[in-house]
Structures are given as C-alpha cells and as structure tokens.
Design a protein around this ligand. Sequence first.
Ligand code: IMP
Length: 422
Amino acid sequence: MNTIVTGLQWGDEGKGKIVDYLTETADVVVRGQGGNNAGHTVIAKGTKYILSLLPSGILWDGKVNVIGNGVVVDPIGLVAEIGRLEAQGVSITADKLLISDRCHVVLPLHKELDAAREAALGDRKIGTTKRGIGPAYCDKINRNGLRIADVLDEAYFREMVGYRTVEANKVLAEYGLPTFDAKAQADEVLTAFTRLRPHVTNTIPVLHKAWKEGKTILFEGAQGTLLDIDFGTFPFVTSSNTTSGGSCTGTGMPPTAIQAVVGVCKAYTTRVGSGPFPTVDEGLSQYLHDLGREFGAVTGRPRGCGWLDAVLLRHGCMVNGATGLAVTNVDGLDQYETLKICTGYDIDGVIHELPPADRHAWDRAVPVYEELPGWQQDTSGCTAFADLPVNAKAYLQRLSDLCETPVQFVGVGPDRAQTLVA
Ligand code: IMP
C-alpha cells in the first residue's frame, strides 16, 4: 500500500515521527515539496536526529530515499545536513539517497532575497524561515530558475548564475544590502555539488518501477495544510502545495498509485511565523513552553500554542482526502484539567464550519468551543491504545467525529516506541 503522510495544521505536527514509524514497512520514502524550511525531529533508540531535506527513511538501512522534483534543494544546506547525519553514524550512500535532476536549486542569493523581502514587508512580514524557499519557487514559476540538471552542465550554470546575480543584485542594492559575486556563488554551489552528484538521477522511473514491482512507497509531506499556497491561510503560507496533491506533482507519481493518506495533527494546535491563529491561548502556550515543548526544530523559535481547531482539521481532512488521523503530542496535554476543542468560528454572528478565504474575516473569527474533561494522567508510558485513559480516548473520538475521519495512530512521546495504533 502506498501512503501519503501529510500535515493538517501549520507544520510541526510530528510528521517525521509518523513517517519514521511507517518506514518500517516501506521500501521507498519520497519527498515531493518544500525545502530545508522543514525540520523533522526523529528520536530513534535514544538518539535525536534533525532532518530538513532528507527523507526520514534515511535513518533506516535498506530503504531508498528520494528527493522528488517538487522539492527545492539548497545544495550547500543539503551537504551540511548529510555531514551532520554522517557524523551521527548514519550512512548516506548513492543507493540510499536519490535526488531528482528536475529539482530547482536554492542559490545563496535566494536566501538574501527572502530576507530582503521580509524586511521590506515590515509589520506585514510572513515570518519565513529565510531559507530562500519563496524566491526559489518564484523563479521556478517565473521560468528563470535553475534545476539540478542545469548545475550538471557547468558552463551553462555559471552563465545563468551570472544573469540571476545581476538581477538579484539590483534588488539587494535597492534595499542597501550586500550584493553577490556571481563567480563566488557559482563556485560555492558547484563545490557542494561534488558531494551530491552521485545521488542525482531521473527519479520518476525509479518510483514507477518500485510501484510496478508492488513495493511500498511512503510519501513524506513537509509543512502543513494551513501553509499550503492554495489551501492555507494565504498570504501567510509557504510557496508550495503542502497538501496530498503536492505528493503527486512533486514526484511524478499519479493519484492512482496512492491508496491511503494519513493526516497528522497535534492534540492541540501550534504555529510559527505570522498569520491568523484563532484558537491561540496564552495559558496553554506558557504551560507547554514551561514543559520545554514547542520550540522550532530549525529556528529554535517558540511556537504559539492553542486549542485543537476542528474547523481547520475538517478542512484539512477534506482537501487531503485523509483516510486516517495520526494525533501526536497527546502527552503534552496530560496534566491539563479542562480541554477545549473549537467546533466553529463565529464571524459576525454567523457560525462557520470551514475556514474563510477572506483574510480580514480571520481577524473577526471568534472560536466556538466545546469543553472536555482532561485525563490528568501520564500517557507517555502507554504502549497500546487500549492503555490510554478513558478521557483521552473520548477526546480523540470527539476529534474523529468532528472530522469524520478515524483516528489511526496516537503519539504519546517523541520516541519511535511511543506511537500507538488505534
Ligand atoms: P517559508 O516556507 O520559509 O517561506 O516560510 C513561510 C511560512 O511557513 C512561515 O510562517 C514559516 O514559519 C512556515 N514554515 C515553513 N516551513 C515550516 C515547517 O517546516 N514547520 C512550520 N512552519 C514552517
């Protein structure tokens, strides 16, 4: 069975952990969108690994990991990530990691343009990770981006970096920011590529062959539904389709190849960066931060925290076609007395069951809450779904009813062993 794992909230739902769990039975793990804006924390046998561009299957032996065409690759960042994992004893060989020759490349200038644009937006900034993701996807859509196949053609690559640098320097100069030297930039990228070159190939036939041979393929989503360029809280989104459709366009695998979509959400809601967040709650944020939870894996930024929002999850289950839910971080709520779930938004006296498109309507959305009793018991030691406290099961059941999607997995801690099957 081929499965997509997708985030239902604003990213950081714990997808890496669910992907890692599902990887045990997978032959191939593939990513189809995003870049090194993503940060997956996986804890396996007591060791913590942070993955950004690499698919989570890289931590296993004997799995093929694919970076699909829809991913934007920062070669310098990827080489650094490979180095960090190799230093932790993870082997990253050419048969274990394949990179699509169609991926667009994030150049150093994209990162500077990202930062410049954010600075120019002032109070209206998006709060990006400044990894150059937006500018790289802009160039792709604008049809002047460079793909990995272009880097392999060194003379062409140098020439194109030259043109792109002239254009970018005009923008940077306008903001009074340091400009780039085209040659130094091309040299830096080409040097990084010497490490990546053995991994580069046309990944489409590799995936199709695996499919035809009946192998199991796992599609690893990055970010989450509310950061999707079409279905998210635009403009406070990332620049790719983070929802399940992105797994097809970003890999070359058709919808007919996929049988299941696991939608991952936390037992509450978190968000980093700017943009609407109706159920944000200061008390819950403080409580979770005091527990040392909810600091960004890539940037270390404290995440805003709020109550579970069924309006968003209903929307997420619809647009992703989720066949099951994976609810993570249930243990984060262990000691809370009374929990809330948002079942609708009151916007100007009208109750909405789905999120609005109008960005100003978000500012007026007042969450309608339902209260449920907490379980006030430690769940982190539970080894089976049946062991969960009655109130925790009731909370999960209510969520499932509101989203019309069954709960399939429950996370009660960061370790591989703390994933329970419902
Ligand atoms: P960008 O993807 O760096 O352009 O950032 C756009 C928005 O997406 C910002 O609000 C980021 O904080 C958010 N974002 C991007 N990647 C992630 C992620 O992996 N987890 C959570 N938020 C993310």
